[in-house]
Design a protein around this ligand. Structure first.
Ligand SMILES: Nc1nc2c(ncn2[C@@H]2O[C@H](COP(=O)(O)OP(=O)(O)OP(=O)(O)O)[C@@H](O)[C@H]2O)c(=O)[nH]1
Length: 821
């Protein structure tokens, strides 16, 4: 081990907490529009449900001077959880964005939900964040949803710091949690580094949790433990003068281990060590911590107890010191003309991503954007870009806001690296890329935000006929806000079917439709979102439509279609191909020469693949462009796939090929309408000709139980419920074997506080399994009786799977009724 004694303290380190006092000058400095990008931090707070994300965020707002009192989740008066449904339940549902100052930096912070039903909310926030703070409960350690959001953040290579919260609770274990981070979260050679160790009343030995040691600066930071303090009165004492030799010894060990880790990860530190031996300047080490964190090779770990107002200010410092500013991040990935590339953010052309839409009763649709390059000025005409072959939409950014959770401030521009809100947009929705209308790159797309497939359905009916319009309006708002919500209409019953990610998701949607959006409707029981899939490959079906669409507007077109089974792929793909040469023809009334080659476009939507074809030699009427014809066929196929012939369910894992056969009229609008109908009828016919079977959602289930309940829980899942156990205890995908725990530094856990690792009944075991959603009905109750109320579980959809004949019969019987979950 490299030796690194605690540095001799300079006055600067002792004065540090003074910078935690925010005054009005600091506020004005960071509110300025032209704040340098290096002083910006776009940060997310991510974790398992109840880890303390909102509690921590509320302290951050208080210490920054943004609020004058500390919001309390349990009393339902937080700034961040402002929806009535959130305050009532004490959980976060929608990620709130807030801007506040710390030192002379501006932080844009997003507090994300921890419940599995709202994972999409986390996914869309991660798209626009530069760094994240992962909060862990020191008693529960690394929980299932933390692992999930951690993986999501890893996919975007987002640098993270970990905050081990709730150190005041009995059973808290900092060392144990650090080791869990090393085994469950650290991937690809990344290492953990304790930037702090906890301080208890009796030093390291035990008593109440009162503070932390800043391992780098060698300062003990303590907070009053009387329960009355708001946490501003922090005491800073050099560890060398702190009356606990054990704490001094532990701090030296922690610092040595941190320097060791840095030397392993960072060449500069290794060189400095050779040069200075054991007196590497602290400033150089801190720079190395930043480099390694940004490179995702180091996971810095801090600790505290937000509820007791302990440890939040140093966490804010760490956000500034170790998490990236927008300029530290790699250029955003884009596609231009369907080809992948990187955004040139040095160019001053506007490029922004709409990552969230919220309907405010007074302000209307608020479109949250992150600006990646250039600047968005008030009143700018903007273009919502499209994929190849679609028509871009122009709108105007009438008003711009900077958000303070539910409050806002009007601004004149939003510059690169910043997050803000546009008011007055009618079309932009979650995932839309926005550029200036002067820019010709209308196919420039920042990577889309994928939406997960819905697995639960509830029907919805207006209370009276006159309430139908209000319900439609409310649904329109809900859909633009929440892309993980899907709405279909049952033509036969006139019912609206809402589908979503889980029971809680749909319940919250219901409350918002009826409460906030003022709809009057009855909601049916919860049902499983089964789907249909085609039984095989169909023959080519042809349909012609020859109709009058409005006075004198005749449209005649024919289309042909075929369907076949398809293995689902994860990412949306766009592909435009030209094939086969043919001779040219000209025809009066049609827009110029026919295309010489067949044009093919392929997309995956909703677990299905759709190929649209304009064969060579087809003449387009009027000024139609090929993209419009492709989009018409695409929409026709999508509509046909909404309802299968077996029980009117959404089709899944189906590849549709739909082609223009003939466009026989010269007026573009009615010709396209005729083509749309012909395309839909041809696809419906093709699906009917092969027939369909039932596919069911299969869930990834994580159950957390005590050691003594493990056998019963596993037996129930693999026996009664026909599930497949993937792993017992640790995450199957974690590379535990490659982590040498002897080389991971973590301080010993105080015997007073920590759960003993030999106490079998208290040992937590994690079961991971794949179980059909149908078999998870009533699981809440079963788990409660199997574990005496001590077990908990989470599930999210993993895949859809074809069911066998017997089960198909049962499902068909069942889809007419509801379930009691
Ligand atoms: N003892 C203790 N309790 C805490 C601490 N931090 C948060 N809590 C409590 O833990 C519960 C959950 O806290 P939240 O802040 O709502 O957790 P969250 O992670 O935001 O939860 P979701 O938004 O629902 O995912 C609340 O009852 C808090 O009072 C802490 O440091 N110590």
């Amino acid at each position: 081990m490299l030796r690194s004694p605690i540095p001799r303290l300079c006055c600067r380190s002792l004065r540090r907490p003074v910078t935690w006092i925010i005054n009005h000058r600091t506020y004005a400095a960071v509110a300025a529009e032209d704040i340098p990008v290096s002083r910006l931090r776009n940060i997310g707070i991510i974790a398992h449900i109840d880890a303390g994300k909102t509690t921590t965020t509320e302290r951050m707002l208080y210490y920054s001077g943004y609020t004058r009192r500390i919001g309390d989740v349990d009393e339902g008066n937080t700034v961040m959880d402002y929806l009535p449904a959130e305050r009532q339940r004490g959980i976060t549902i929608t990620s709130a964005a807030i801007t506040f100052p710390w030192r002379n930096y501006r932080l844009n912070l997003i507090d994300t939900p921890g419940h599995a039903d709202f994972t999409f909310e986390v996914a869309r926030s991660l798209r626009v964040l530069d760094g994240a703070v992962t909060i862990l409960d020191a008693v529960a350690g690394v929980e299932a949803q933390t692992e999930k959001v951690w993986r999501q953040a890893s996919a975007h290579q987002i640098p993270r710091i970990v905050f081990v919260n709730k150190m005041d609770r009995t059973g808290a274990g900092f060392g144990r949690t650090v080791r869990e981070v090393a085994t469950k979260l650290a991937r690809g050679g990344a290492k953990v580094g304790c930037l702090q160790i906890p301080v208890f009343e009796n030093g390291v030995e035990g008593g109440a949790f009162i503070g932390v040691v800043d391992v780098m600066d060698g300062i003990v930071l303590t907070w009053p433990s009387d329960g009355k303090s708001d946490g501003r009165d922090v005491k800073a004492v050099p560890v060398a003068s702190y009356p606990s030799p054990a704490l001094q010894e532990e701090t030296a060990k922690a610092r040595g281990a941190l320097v060791d880790t840095l030397a392993e990860l960072d060449e500069e530190v290794m060189e400095l060590y050779l040069e200075h031996e054991n007196a590497i300047p602290t400033a150089a080490l801190k720079k190395a911590i930043r480099r390694c964190t940004l490179g995702n090779t180091l996971i810095p770990i801090l600790t505290g107890a937000s509820f007791r107002n302990i440890g939040v200010q140093p966490l804010l410092d760490a956000v500034l010191d170790y998490l990236p500013c927008p300029a530290d991040r790699p250029p955003a990935a884009i596609t231009l003309q369907g080809k992948p590339g990187e955004l040139d953010d040095k160019k001053n052309d506007l490029c922004a991503l709409a990552f969230k839409v919220v309907h405010d009763p007074r302000k209307g649709a608020m479109v949250f954007v992150r600006v990646y390059s250039g600047k968005l000025a008030m009143g700018t005409p903007i273009t919502n870009t499209v994929t190849v072959g679609e028509v871009p939409m122009k709108e105007r950014a009438n008003k711009l806001l900077r958000m303070y959770a539910m409050d806002s401030e009007e601004v004149t521009e939003i510059t690169a690296g910043n997050i803000g809100v546009i008011l007055g947009l009618k079309h932009a929705k979650t995932g839309t890329t926005i550029i200036s209308s002067r820019d010709s790159r209308t196919t420039l797309q920042l990577h889309p935000i994928p939406t997960p497939p819905p697995v639960f359905i509830r029907s919805l009916e207006p209370t009276t006929l006159s309430d139908a319009k209000g319900l439609d309006l409310a649904l329109e708002m809900a859909l633009r806000e929440d892309p993980s919500l899907h709405v279909t209409r049952d033509d036969e019953t006139g019912q609206v079917l809402l589908s979503g990610m889980g029971e809680l998701h749909l319940e919250v949607v219901r409350e918002r439709l009826l409460g906030e959006f003022g709809a009057k409707a009855e909601m049916g029981d919860l049902r499983i979102g089964y789907r249909e899939t085609v039984n095989g490959m169909s023959a080519e079906m042809e349909k012609q439509v020859d109709k009058e669409f409005g006075a004198g507007k005749r449209g005649t077109a024919s289309a042909k279609a075929m369907v076949e089974p398809y293995e689902e792929e994860e990412v949306e793909e766009v592909e435009v191909k030209k094939t086969k040469k043919v001779s040219k023809k000209k025809s009066k009334g049609f827009g110029g020469a026919p295309e010489e080659m067949e044009l093919t476009r392929t997309r995956t939507v909703n677990g299905n693949k759709i190929t649209t074809i304009i064969p060579a030699g087809i003449l387009l009427p009027g000024d139609l462009i090929h993209g419009e014809v492709h989009s018409t066929l695409q929409m026709a196929a999508e509509v046909a796939l909404v309802r299968g012939p077996l029980f009117s369910a959404q089709l899944h894992a189906t590849h549709v090929t739909v082609a223009v056969k003939d466009l026989l009229t010269t007026d573009p609008a009615p010709t396209l309408t005729a083509l749309s109908q012909a395309g839909r009828l041809a696809v419906v016919e093709a699906i009917k000709s092969v027939g369909t079977g039932v596919v069911e959602p299969v869930m990834a289930v994580t159950v957390t139980v005590g050691e003594k309940d493990l056998g019963g829980v596993v037996g129930d899942i693999s026996g009664t419920r026909g599930g497949t156990i993937l792993s017992l205890d640790e995450d199957a995908s974690s590379d535990i074997s490659s982590v040498d725990l002897d080389r991971v530094y973590a301080p010993p856990d105080s015997t007073y506080n920590a759960r003993s690792s030999t106490d079998e009944s208290a040992q937590v075991r994690v079961v991971k399994a794949l179980v059909p959603l149908r078999e998870m009905i009533g699981y809440n109750k079963s788990l409660r009786s199997l574990t005496g109320g001590r077990g908990s579980f989470q599930m999210s959809v993993e895949k859809f799977e074809r069911v066998n004949r017997d089960k198909e019969r049962e499902v068909l019987k069942e889809v007419r009724g509801g379930f009691d979950f």
